[in-house]
Write a new protein. Structure first.
Length: 206
């Protein structure tokens, strides 16, 4: 059994994506708790920190509007609601962890968010995620010097490399372990993370 918070974030992202999509679609059978429990049960033999996943999903879902309100000023030219669903969820996860995970260094949180964006987002997603979260971290540390990290996040351009506006939505469909999903940048991941990524099939609607 692996203690792997990177895998935990992948599972949390998968759960939040399905929740967000089904809620937006007005699915009459939609239930937050059911989606979370299904995914936790599916991966319970692969990770030993299931509480981390549950807390991350619950925290992001409960505070979505507040998180979006904090993210918006950093990219005023791009309304949060218009950002690709995957990028929006990765930003929420990253910001929630920055504000609530005292045991995880801020630089690690941002790097993890960037890796999620590289694996599941668009061509410019990782730069966009890094720019937004890095700016928020610097603003937070400027207001609270005692929170300053030893390894500063490099400054990015004031004009963030915003991804091209999506004209279609993405859906994540959970498949059996035998199904291989066309997910980018799997190479170099642990066997555990590869299995979780291969369990997730990303489709783009026309």
């Amino acid at each position: 059994m692996a203690s792997n918070r990177h895998l935990g974030r992948i599972i949390a992202l998968q759960t939040l994506y399905e929740q967000d999509f089904r809620m937006e679609a007005g699915d009459p059978d939609f239930a937050d708790a059911e989606i979370l429990q299904r995914n936790i049960q599916r991966y319970k033999e692969m990770v030993d920190d299931l509480d981390f996943i549950a807390q991350l999903v619950a925290g992001v879902a409960k505070n979505a509007e507040l998180l979006d309100a904090k993210l918006q000023p950093v990219a005023p030219e791009w309304p949060i609601k218009d950002i690709a669903r995957m990028d929006r969820l990765v930003l929420r996860i990253g910001l929630y962890e920055l504000e609530n995970s005292e045991d995880i260094p801020a630089k690690v949180v941002i790097n993890e968010a960037v890796e999620l964006a590289k694996a599941f987002g668009g061509n410019n997603s990782s730069k966009f995620i890094n720019g937004v979260l890095g700016t928020l971290l610097r603003e937070r540390e400027a207001a609270n010097p005692e929170l300053a990290t030893e390894s500063a996040i490099p400054k990015t351009s004031t004009k963030l490399p915003v991804p091209k506006k999506a004209t279609a939505t993405k859906t994540i469909v959970v498949k059996t372990p035998a199904t291989k999903a066309p997910v980018k940048r799997v190479a170099g991941k642990s066997k555990v993370a590869k299995k979780a990524i291969n369990d997730t099939k990303i489709k783009k609607a026309a």
